[in-house]
Design a protein around this ligand. Structure first.
Ligand SMILES: [Fe+2]
Length: 296
């Protein structure tokens, strides 16, 4: 049996750990602990139990880690041989396998590490973890050069749609997010349909774009407001450098499909683009797609 002193310590630590996990993607709740046995269940933030989730229990007193999977119903049991009466806090070197002091339960790394995409369509297969958003002309005020022309068009016209998979919480240092975007063909007067565009809030954060299908342009602007573009077509891969605003325009007649990968702590500064725009707009001219100096 674990003595009362250690039970108390275990209880305090457990409540702290659960508090931390509640903001994560997995809640590992220990319902009972006794003589080194930890019984719990893995659930997501909606309370739905998660089967086959990887759980790691670390005994702080000894540094010993035990990893296991929850069963199909989401339940898990971890057994540490308990320290015996008379040697509850004996040397960890002598009895490294025995439960001493506090423990921590962690999980979540394994539950969101796999997703299924239809690469030809640049869409995720239906999954509750995917966030979707659609941007219409009505939502893209003050983005195109000719605001009057935009207002005269059907505000329900879809300009682009984004699916995002965020396997770690927004702001997590060291994590990565994934996005799949489709920009529809079209123009506002002679300016191509395009995404809103943004700097990253953390200006030094970078990003990859990869084109699946269609013809487009990646428009890049540095902090001195120098704007340039890179052509996008099936197979092109683009590295967006630090301190660089980015947006994508569709210059073709079919949907432009591309994927993106960016750091989960990058953030998005849309406000700068709303206020100051890019220094050039991508226009359909008799010379093809040309960046034209913007007046904003
Ligand atoms: Fe970005």
């Amino acid at each position: 049996m674990v003595d009362l002193r250690s039970r108390s310590a275990l209880s305090r630590r457990l409540s702290i750990i659960l508090g931390v996990l509640l903001v994560g993607t997995l809640v590992a709740s220990a319902q009972q602990f006794d003589t080194g046995t930890i019984v719990g269940s893995a659930a997501d933030l909606t309370g739905a139990l998660i089967g086959n989730a990887t759980i790691t229990v670390t005994n702080i007193g000894t540094g010993i880690k035990k990893s296991l999977e929850s069963n199909a119903a989401g339940d898990f049991t971890v057994i540490f041989p308990a320290a015996q009466e008379g040697e509850p806090w004996g040397s960890a070197d002598e009895h490294p396998e025995k439960l001493r002091g506090d423990f921590v339960i962690s999980g979540g790394e394994a539950i969101s590490t796999m997703m299924q995409m239809d690469w030809t369509r640049c869409r995720f297969l239906p999954d509750a973890r995917v966030r979707e958003s659609v941007k219409t002309l009505g939502q893209l005020q003050e983005i195109f050069a000719n605001e009057e022309a935009r207002r005269e068009m059907d505000p329900n016209t879809v300009v682009y749609s984004v699916q995002a998979w965020c396997p770690v919480p927004e702001g997590t240092e060291g994590g990565l997010f994934w996005g799949s975007t489709i920009v529809e063909p079209g123009q506002v007067e002679s300016e191509y349909f395009m995404t809103h565009g943004h700097f990253h809030l953390k200006r030094d954060r970078t990003e990859y774009y990869g084109t699946i299908e269609g013809e487009g342009a990646l428009i890049l602007m540095d902090e001195d407001r120098n704007t340039r573009m890179e052509p996008m077509s099936a197979g092109t891969l683009h590295f967006i450098p630090p301190h660089t605003a980015h947006r994508v325009a569709n210059v073709g007649k079919t949907p432009l499909r591309f994927v993106a990968c960016w750091p989960s702590d990058a953030g998005y500064d849309y406000e700068y683009i709303r206020k100051f725009g890019f220094s050039a707009c991508l226009m359909n001219t008799n010379r093809g797609a040309v960046l034209v100096r913007a007046e904003k």
